[in-house]
Design a protein around this ligand. Structure first.
Ligand SMILES: CC(C)(COP(=O)(O)OP(=O)(O)OC[C@H]1O[C@@H](n2cnc3c(N)ncnc32)[C@H](O)[C@@H]1OP(=O)(O)O)[C@@H](O)C(=O)NCCC(=O)NCCS
Length: 225
């Protein structure tokens, strides 16, 4: 059963750990990567920059990602700025271990991230799952889609990723709509895939293969450094 603290199958970002910053002992690396374990690239789009999260993003992410409309169909995020600081520290730790990466979505003209795109590896580097969220003031602006395409380009063109999975609650219209628009393919329904307190939701299982991405002929993302 999906929870924020256990499995990365909520359909949104996995926000564990929230309770404390204990990230020792350092786990053995599980993924052979092509460089991102040392640091995420800066990806550039027309409206947004994608970069690794930093602790100073915590207040903005707390304001953007804790609202009722954002959290409605995903695992509960942290509830405080300090909780987001712990989450951000954890994402860096997971990246260094080669297990996951988490990009912050920073609109041009902003300093801090207003959303995140998180990629969690399910095997030694060919298969991953992603989760994402952006503050509701930015819904429908194209910023998420642009940022997502930058990350997809990075994953499929600059790492060895072959398959990217996503889970979205059936009732999550925007989540499913965004995944469909990006070219993901719905594979089926995961019955009772997400528990949120007393609520149990079915989920759509989405995937995108490297060949799907290549077939869409998206432009190569701009790797600034
Ligand atoms: C998911 C999320 C990142 C998408 O960002 P966004 O800016 O809202 O996405 P977009 O507007 O680019 O795309 C959503 C699409 O779904 C469509 N859509 C909206 N409501 C819909 C509904 N009820 N049924 C079907 N499609 C719907 C929109 O029309 C849009 O498609 P269009 O651009 O062709 O019109 C954002 O909504 C979010 O953070 N949601 C909360 C967290 C979350 O649910 N994360 C995803 C878990 S899978």
């Amino acid at each position: 059963m999906a929870t924020a603290m256990s499995t990365p199958s909520s359909g949104g970002p996995a926000f564990a750990p929230q309770a404390e910053t204990r990230v020792i002992p350092r786990p053995a690396p599980v993924v052979a990567t092509t460089g991102w374990r040392a640091g995420l690239p800066l990806l550039g789009g027309a409206q947004v920059t994608l970069r690794e999260l930093c602790l100073s993003d915590a207040a903005s992410l707390c304001a953007m990602l804790t609202t009722a409309e954002v959290t409605r169909f995903i695992s509960p995020p942290p509830t405080s700025v300090e909780g987001f600081e712990r989450f951000i520290a954890w994402t860096i730790y997971e990246r260094e271990a080669g297990k996951a990466m988490c990009f912050g979505i920073v609109p041009h003209g902003h300093t801090d991230a207003v959303g995140i795109i998180q990629v969690r590896y399910l095997d030694a580097g060919e298969t991953a799952e992603w989760g994402f969220a952006i503050g509701s003031p930015f819904w429908g602006t194209g910023m998420f889609a642009e940022g997502a395409r930058e990350v997809l380009g990075f994953l499929f063109e600059h790492t060895g990723l072959m398959r990217l999975e996503a889970r979205a609650a059936v009732v999550n219209g925007r989540g499913n709509g965004a995944l469909r628009k990006l070219g993901s393919v719905a594979e089926g329904i995961l019955r009772h895939g997400l528990r949120r307190g007393e609520e149990v939701l079915d989920q759509v299982m989405w995937s995108m293969l490297r060949e799907d991405w290549e077939g869409r002929a998206q432009p190569v993302p701009t790797v600034v450094h």
